[in-house]
Design a protein around this ligand. Structure first.
Ligand code: SF4
Ligand code: SF4
Length: 403
């Protein structure tokens, strides 16, 4: 019995599209699974919140994506394009709608309007789906219905809608071969072991030149001419040839292969791919370790240069500081600031240093005063503590000035 790969390809294609649509609706611990929250400059990433100030973590996430992309491209070629890319799904959908509407369009011009309206609805869905990665869907709809979407979101929504509509109505497959840079990038990452489709060279003589493989190709190429940049690894030609050859009692002539047999490929797990895979694993490990060991809150301090150091009549000195507290955890917390002393000095903190309530991901700037007995000698005899109850969350040395 002849087996075709189209059902599996369509299933994977639709599941991945569905995943992209549904991810913004998924919540972990009351927050989005994956979203860039612009107002708080925070990346909500699978249950953890990475603030833009934690640039090293955000950079790790970006690096993981880049190296993962390079690894997948090196091993599996353009399988992403043919099996997973939303652009391919949209093109398939647009072509399906056109094929169903075409007979009607010839007799009822209204069908043409209906097709364009369907394209517009799809454009809205795609554009809204993109915005949902920045504004949670319930908030998006609430703001949209009340005309409070905001300028940036409105412009992004309209511009994306327009681009997707033009893509659906006029561009479709042309995008893959002419606009999308992925095919060009792929040339740099693929090697002779990358997964490709080819006409089996050992059976080229069996080809009956029926042309079925070229007729079904969405990018309009002839796989018999060898590997071409336009090929998106969709496998339609493979299915077409299997169908033709089955009628002759033979197996198909086109197959997936890790590297062409003519170029002596066949080793997807080679030094380059293993190296790239190793980098991805190492980066994931570094990200996991950084997230596990990151502090629940940060404490930063700078001298308040607007106010001079003062010496009181009783001989004590007064220094002025500005501190910045950031609650990086996913929960609201109440903090206290305390000071510890060394070498028998006495010191007290003045200012709003107790019961500092910070919502999750919130920041607070506090101006405070340190009043202390003269601390002879150099160094930092005082340490500022950020406490949550009895837990010491963060510490920072206080560099004092004596008059
Ligand atoms: S050559 Fe085959 S695999 Fe490549 S795009 Fe055309 S139909 Fe798809
Ligand atoms: S479908 Fe198969 S037999 Fe027909 S032209 Fe293509 S490779 Fe040859």
């Amino acid at each position: 019995m002849t087996t075709f790969i189209a059902p599996q390809r369509k299933l994977i294609q639709w599941l991945s599209t569905l995943l992209l649509l549904l991810i913004p609706f998924v919540q972990v611990g009351g927050d989005s699974l994956l979203r860039l929250d612009a107002p708080s400059r925070t990346l909500l990433f699978f249950g953890t919140s990475l603030r833009i100030e934690e640039f090293s973590l955000v950079l790790l996430v970006i690096l993981i994506m880049v190296f993962m992309f390079l690894f997948i491209t090196m091993v599996f070629g353009r399988v992403w394009c043919g099996w997973l890319c939303p652009q391919t799904t949209l093109s398939d959908l647009a072509e399906y709608l056109i094929s169903r509407m075409q007979p009607l369009i010839l007799v009822k011009p209204l069908a043409m309007v209906a097709t364009q309206l369907l394209f517009l609805s799809l454009s809205f869905l795609v554009a809204a789906n993109l915005i949902w990665y920045f504004i949670p869907p319930p908030e998006f709809f609430e703001r949209l219905l009340h005309g409070r979407l905001g300028m940036v979101a409105s412009i992004s929504l309209s511009a994306t809608m327009l681009l997707v509509y033009l893509d659906l109505a006029f561009v479709r497959r042309l995008f893959c071969s002419s606009v999308c840079p992925y095919g060009r990038i792929q040339l740099m990452t693929t090697d002779r072991n990358t997964l490709v489709l080819e006409l089996n060279p050992q059976r080229a003589g069996d080809c009956i030149r029926c042309g079925s493989c070229t007729r079904v190709c969405p990018t309009g190429i002839d796989i018999r001419d060898g590997l071409q940049i336009e090929c998106i690894n969709c496998g339609r030609c493979l299915d077409a040839c299997r169908g033709v050859m089955a009628k002759l009692g033979k197996t198909g002539l086109i197959h997936y292969t890790f590297g062409s047999r003519e170029t002596e490929g066949g080793r997807p797990l080679n030094i380059r791919s293993l190296l790239l895979g190793g980098v991805v694993i190492a980066l994931c490990g570094a990200l996991a370790a950084s997230i596990i060991t990151r502090k629940e809150a940060t404490l930063k301090i700078r001298r308040n240069d607007a106010v001079q150091v003062q010496r009181l009549a009783d001989g004590r000195l007064v220094n002025f500081f500005t501190v910045f507290i950031q609650n990086r955890s996913k929960y609201a917390a109440i903090y206290d600031l305390k000071v510890t002393t060394a070498n028998g000095h006495t010191a007290e903190l003045l200012g709003p240093v107790s019961g500092i309530r910070l919502a999750a991901n919130d920041n607070r700037r506090i101006d405070l005063v340190l009043r202390f007995s003269s601390a002879s000698g150099s160094g930092a005899p005082f340490t500022l503590l950020l406490m949550r109850g009895a837990t010491r969350v963060a510490t920072v040395p206080l560099q004092i000035l004596e008059k």
